[in-house]
Design a protein around this ligand. Structure first.
Ligand code: 15L
Length: 264
């Protein structure tokens, strides 16, 4: 690629991508509403609000790939979700339509299916069941991606990221954990696949206890190499949320998000 755009580049996963994908494109355009620090060689830094269409168009122009990590990444009140995750994603797809239909990695989330039960195994055809405003905004983004794919040919990997942290820290993560390296492998696979389309891909490592079946996206060539399994013994003794109760937090895939109140 000539130029890759990473949104949310000051956030946790944006930073992982910023540091781990340096060789994927000649130039990297990094954007966030927060400060991005100093530009390294090959980096273009642009502080911008995803809710501003002119700013988003300027970000997307000249890019042949986008990793969209930007927006609210937790359950939040309606207004911030509306600006960044609803208006912001619309702006991104409108800009992509205007400037050459770059391929997109859309950071969706397990919270798009957060009210699916843990005892059901989900594939790409599972019915979305958002566990709050944040999860609903991710379902909206996934649906917008389909519309722009069918109407304008924009290809998107709709990645329902589980729990992407340095290491798993709860029993739930034994199912949902995605290692940083597996995330980077996934982004690389998306941009090197001859054909992408608009698949749903569950973003988790090769965890034995995974709730998800990614076989429908095998053609992309992503094979997670890491696993939460080695942490099992430790987490079963240290993490309070065991599998035995019927609380919403442990019944549903969204975990604690299934318990939060919706805020105006
Ligand atoms: C998410 O979507 C969040 O961005 C992340 O911070 C975690 O909370 C993750 O879900 C999760 O549910 O583990």
């Amino acid at each position: 690629m000539k130029r890759l755009l990473i949104t949310g580049a000051a956030g946790d996963l944006g930073t992982v991508c910023r540091n781990g994908l340096k060789d994927i494109a000649d130039k990297m355009r990094l954007t966030d509403i927060a400060d991005l620090g100093e530009a390294a060689p090959g980096e273009e830094l642009v502080q911008a609000d995803l809710g501003n269409i002119e700013a988003v168009e300027a970000l997307v122009e000249g890019c042949d790939g986008i990793v969209h990590m930007g927006g609210q990444s937790r359950e939040r009140p309606f207004e911030p979700v509306l600006n960044a995750n609803i208006r912001g994603v619309f702006n991104l797809y409108e800009a992509a339509r205007k400037f050459g239909a770059p391929r997109i990695v859309f950071a969706s989330s397990v919270h798009a299916v957060g009210f699916q039960r843990r005892d059901s195994k989900l594939d790409a055809g599972a019915v979305p069941m958002a566990d709050g405003l944040y999860g609903a905004s991710k379902v909206y983004g996934e649906q917008l991606a389909i519309a722009y794919h069918k109407k304008y040919g924009i290809e998107t990997a709709r990645v329902r990221i589980g729990s992407c942290f340095r290491e798993p820290t709860t029993q739930r993560h034994l199912s949902t954990w995605l290692s940083f390296d597996d995330l980077l492998r996934l982004v690389r696979a998306v941009f090197s696949a001859p054909y992408l389309g608009c698949p749903v891909i569950y973003g988790c490592s090769a965890n034995t206890a995974s709730w998800w079946d990614n076989s429908g996206a095998d053609y992309i060539g992503w094979r997670p190499q890491d696993s939460a399994d080695p942490w099992r013994k430790k987490l079963e003794t240290t993490d309070r949320t065991g599998p035995a109760t019927q609380d919403r937090e442990v019944l549903y895939q969204g975990g604690e998000f299934a318990v939060y109140d919706i805020e105006r």
